[in-house]
Write a protein that binds this ligand. Structure first.
Ligand SMILES: NCc1[nH]cc(CCC(=O)O)c1CC(=O)O
Length: 368
């Protein structure tokens, strides 16, 4: 296990590798490990907690945000289910993350700002399936709901778009880069402390427009979003050694009520390899805590008969970080993920997390 110590500068000790192909080829069949992120004791009350009992031949209702990316994801799931004989209908649900687009996400109250209202609609029995970008789904979940399927991972990497195709290392001194992600901000400043990082909110099309309008020299976003929108835009895929992705980045997840017809219907879409990679990442960030208030990267990638795990916590200014980069045995992946999360926390990650949360809380106190 290789750990970089907390300090002012770091010799990167992992072998620099170009990002591997992000498509996994792992086997399809699998024994489902415990998927419970919430206590396994709560039994679903599906069908008992609401009056609207729909006839059996009714379509399953898919709940989703209304952004172009979210709709692209929901339509993909609907099409795949149709190919498996499952009829669905899509219902758009507005979330607080979509409402407050004028501020950084970490300043929108509470966790799961893109998920909470959709969870509530499912708990009320008004939808059967929810399709989310998995990285937006908090690790703390309502006991009645379950992650019923994790789709095969798209690109997990961050992607830099610049107006004239300049690479990150060649950007001029003080170039303005748009992102509102605390993780991307800290990782950018670690790599190029001279850069000016400017908040950038809004859906993908809004961000692209702001780049074209000249408000930024570059913008940083998830490559998966561009893939799913089928936008073939030239840019630079950032190396996961320097830009460890957000936990579960590039993954679409399907949530249903436990023990429901919907849970059984969507199971066919589950991808074993992505299930394991994203579970490792969620165990790690679940142990670290801090939610979206702290610059944390967590990335697990199956490579042959091993799983490469990279995870790090950074200070908000990118000047300090602590990182673990190692290969683990897939047979013990849950235990190994818990060990890594605990070690990262003990080796300085906990202090950086507390510092970031204190900083945010103080800032929120000042601005109300
Ligand atoms: N709320 C931000 C968010 N949630 C999921 C994605 C991208 C798609 C994915 O990671 O699956 C994005 C945009 C971004 O990070 O650029």
């Amino acid at each position: 296990m290789k750990t970089e110590k907390l300090g002012q500068s770091h010799m990167h000790i992992s072998s620099q590798e170009s990002p591997p192909d992000s498509k996994s080829t792992y086997g399809q069949s699998h024994m489902r490990m415990s998927s419970q992120e919430s206590p396994p004791d709560s039994k679903s009350t599906y069908g008992q907690s609401h009056t609207c009992v729909r006839p059996q031949e009714a379509r399953l209702l898919i709940g989703t945000r209304g952004s172009k990316l979210a709709l692209a994801q929901a339509n993909l799931v609907s099409d795949l289910l149709a190919r498996n004989g499952v009829r669905t209908e899509i219902k758009i649900i507005k979330t607080s993350g979509d409402t407050f687009t004028d501020r950084p996400l970490h300043e929108v109250k509470g966790f799961g700002v893109f998920v909470r209202e959709i969870d509530d609609t499912m708990l009320a029995g008004e939808i059967d399936i929810a399709v989310h970008s998995m990285k937006d789904v908090p690790t703390e979940r309502p006991g009645e709901l379950t992650i019923a399927a994790v789709m095969k991972r798209d690109s997990p990497y961050d992607f830099l778009l610049t107006r004239d195709g300049i690479k990150l290392k060649d950007l001029p001194e003080g170039a303005v880069i748009g992102t509102t992600s605390l993780r991307r901000r800290a990782q950018l400043l670690r790599y190029r402390p001279d850069l000016m990082i400017k908040d950038l909110r809004g859906n993908i099309d809004t961000r692209l427009r702001k780049l074209k309008e000249g408000q930024y020299d570059g913008i940083l976003l998830a490559e998966a979003g561009l893939e799913r929108m089928k936008w073939d835009i030239q840019g630079e895929r950032l190396d996961p050694d320097n830009f460890v992705p957000s936990a579960n980045q590039g993954t679409v997840v399907i949530v249903t009520k436990k023990d429901s017809q919907a849970e059984r219907a969507v199971r066919v879409l589950d991808d074993e390899n992505t299930w394991i990679e994203t579970r490792i990442e969620r165990i790690i960030i679940g142990i670290l805590g801090g939610g979206c208030l702290v610059p944390i990267g967590a990335f697990a990638k199956r490579q042959g008969d091993r799983i490469h795990v990279r995870t790090e916590v950074l200070s908000v200014d990118g000047k300090r970080h602590v990182k673990i980069d190692e290969f683990i045995n897939p047979d013990e992946y849950e235990l190994e993920a818990a060990r890594i999360g605990s070690e990262l926390k003990q080796k300085g990650g906990g202090e950086l997390i507390d510092e970031a949360v204190r900083m945010f809380t103080a800032k929120r106190g000042k601005h109300g």
